[in-house]
Design a protein around this ligand. Structure first.
Ligand code: C5J
Length: 228
């Protein structure tokens, strides 16, 4: 497939799907479903459902185009040895990381709540990247995976816009990747943070990236397929 032209802000972006990865951030039950980490922090988790449909559109388009697909999951080892004490102690949640809840231990690897929601479940061959932090590059092998795949462009979606999506885009931008947030495929517990979070990425001529949407991403890939 040849380069595709993606409608985005602050301006269109041309990229080679063979050198691009779709990174789906933390679409886990712990963030999206009642009884998980997000709800322990006092959030209305139903707000994150808005991202599921657009994420699916982006995922299906990337799969059809044969793009590298990476799913991330935020969480910790069962003994919590990789969880910074400051993270464990922060705030006043109803249950802390590692505590038992209706979907197993909160934000712990291997527990039902740590898993990815059914609608966006990874397919065999897709990368599933476990990360202990907010950014997908922190303490993971993501940089090596991207280098091995010859990747130069990251299309990023998932939750939450202003936390793990933002941190990953900032990390990727600093490492030289062209980073695009698929805006409608991201969501936040705070609609205002979502809106402003996307504004921040694309302001000042795209200070650390671009913002597009799931339909534009899918249309760009389809147009390139049709032209091939
Ligand atoms: C948060 C995330 N919000 N995946 N994690 O703690 O954005």
């Amino acid at each position: 497939m040849s380069d595709v032209q993606l409608a985005a802000e602050p301006g269109p972006l041309e990229f080679d799907p063979g050198r691009a990865a779709l990174v789906v951030i933390d679409m886990q039950r712990d963030f999206l479903e009642p009884g998980g980490f997000g709800e322990t922090l006092g959030n209305d988790v139903s707000l994150l459902q808005a991202a599921v449909g657009p994420c699916r559109v982006a995922l299906e388009a990337a799969r059809r185009a044969g793009m590298l697909v990476i799913h991330t999951r935020e969480g910790h080892r069962p003994d919590l040895s990789d969880a910074p004490p400051a993270k464990l102690a922060r705030g006043a949640p109803s249950r802390r990381i590692g505590d038992p809840g209706p979907m197993g231990r909160i934000l712990v690897r291997g527990e039902p709540g740590h898993d990815i929601v059914a609608a966006l479940y990874p397919e065999p061959g897709e990368v599933v990247l476990d990360k202990p932090g907010k950014g997908a590059f922190h303490q993971t092998d993501l940089a090596q995976i991207l280098a091995n795949g010859g990747i130069d462009t990251l299309l990023v979606c998932g939750v939450t816009t202003e936390v793990c999506v933002h941190t990953t885009i900032r990390e990727g931008n600093d490492r030289g990747y062209r980073c695009v947030a698929i805006g409608d495929a991201c969501a936040s517990y705070f609609p205002e943070f979502h809106r402003v979070g996307l504004e921040m990425i694309k302001a000042q001529g795209g200070i650390f990236g671009w913002v597009s949407d799931a339909q534009s991403f899918a249309a760009a890939l389809s147009a390139a397929e049709a032209a091939a």
